[in-house]
Design a protein around this ligand. Structure first.
Ligand SMILES: [Zn+2]
Length: 426
């Protein structure tokens, strides 16, 4: 259906009024078909979320995850032409990732496009024919400089080798940014619900943002408006897929307060920097290291909820205890955790990983998701006690009591009732 608002007034920003397109019909004869999980890029077909040529679209939603909304703002403000097409000159990946056998298993990767970094070479003919195909993955190189790594060098725990770790203290990495691309039937299967229910709930709980979720059953791929992931690789990316090469890995969920600002109520940054140190050491032993960082702030509840929970924890009768740690979150958010690690292993399969020799994580949910997806895990590396900030003792005790991995004793009920967190006032 094409609705003409019948107005001669100019559209916001500039230009004449445009038809508003509601997309309850299929019939876009020019759209290329996606065969999710096909073994080659040519058979799979490109993911096209362009807003320029509507007839070419073969997905629901558009590119850039949550930033698609900023793009819309830029168009509304007249700062960006809605017809702008990316000039991809010189943007090709610095390192070749894959293709790996997992890319051709439809149920193994359901939340990203494994061919997303190589669209320019995989879909040359379609690009030449005028299809606006954009990368959903970008791969580049960087030097990362962290005070904790400089300290490890100063204290002799790490030694620069001029390759993985430079004399300046900078670590040399390959990093990749990955936008979410969901195959709705596969995502539904992961969560044990029907595809119809998933589509309907996504539609209703976003306030009806994407009508095609319920009107276009023929479109199976959704580009959701959520944060993506970044992976940091220490050593050669191709070694990730070789189970004979020792892999040290951490899967980390974003915690802006700790990761960036050094907030001491949790162990996120100390665990992250410890993992980076382990990754560098592993790479220097001839192995490879990986940190996969997911934008799932505050257990995917967001920072507003997170800060509300902090207050509720610290103001409760008896003070901030591990015993009430999960209950306080559940009171505010309705659940303890919304990260749902079910989709997390996809990025590991994109990298071709079969075995993680050293998993730098204590989370039983991450461990279960990784091993449940068919990846073998060897040793589990906990955060050293001396890296746990005093105010984060509540969190780590609560998690260990709830089943997180620890090589030491699990706190008992009496221990969990002791208030260990600081109050709100200095
Ligand atoms: Zn944190």
């Amino acid at each position: 259906m094409v609705v003409d608002p019948g107005s001669a007034a100019p559209a916001p920003g500039h230009g004449p009024a445009r038809h508003i397109r509601l997309t309850s019909h299929s019939g876009a004869a020019d759209a290329l078909t996606i065969h999710w999980g096909a073994p080659t890029a040519a058979e799979r077909g490109p993911v096209i979320g362009t807003t320029i040529t509507r007839a070419h679209r073969n997905v629901i939603g558009t590119h850039s995850g949550s930033y698609s909304v900023y793009r819309a703002l830029a168009v509304a403000a007249g700062a960006l032409s809605r017809d702008h097409r990316a000039d991809l000159t010189n943007t090709a990946p610095t390192d070749v990732i894959g293709p790996y056998p997992q890319w051709g298993e439809p149920a193994t990767i359901v939340s990203l496009d494994p061919w997303g970094a190589m669209v320019a070479e995989a879909f040359t003919a379609e690009l030449a024919a005028g299809y606006d195909i954009r990368p959903t993955i970008a791969v580049t190189k960087a030097h990362v400089i962290l005070p904790e790594i400089a300290e490890a060098v100063a204290k002799g725990r790490l030694k620069p080798d001029g390759q993985t770790l430079l004399p300046s203290g900078a670590a040399v990495v390959t990093k990749a940014a990955i936008e979410p691309v969901w195959h709705l039937p596969g995502v539904a299967a992961r969560f044990g619900c029907s595809e119809n229910d998933l589509r309907r709930v996504l539609f209703e709980e976003t306030g009806g943002m994407y009508p095609e979720l319920v009107t276009r059953g023929d479109l199976e791929v959704f580009l959701p408006p959520i944060g993506g992931q970044t992976v940091y690789i220490f050593g050669a990316p191709r070694d990730l897929a070789d189970p004979g090469v020792e892999l040290t890995a951490r899967v980390h969920d974003e915690c802006n307060g700790s990761d960036v600002f050094g907030s001491d109520i949790c162990t996120c940054r100390p665990y992250l920097t410890h993992a980076i140190e382990e990754c560098i050491r592993g790479a220097q032993r001839g192995g490879v290291g990986l940190v996969a960082y997911s934008r799932k702030e505050g257990r995917a509840l967001g920072e507003v909820t997170k800060f509300l929970v902090y207050n509720a924890r610290k103001r409760q009768e008896g003070g901030d205890t591990a015993e009430a740690y999960f209950t306080r979150t559940e009171c505010v958010a309705g659940v303890q955790d919304m990260r749902f690690q079910e989709l997390m292993p996809d990025v590991l399969h994109w990298l071709g990983i079969r075995k993680i020799h050293r998993l730098v994580s204590m989370s039983n949910m991450k461990y279960d998701a990784i091993t449940g997806s068919g990846i073998e895990v060897g040793e589990r590396v906990n955060i050293p006690d001396e890296l746990i900030p005093p105010d984060a003792r509540v969190e780590i005790d609560a998690k260990m009591a709830a089943g997180y991995f620890t090589p030491g004793p699990v706190p008992d009920a009496e221990e969990l009732r002791i208030a260990k967190g600081r109050g709100l006032l200095p």
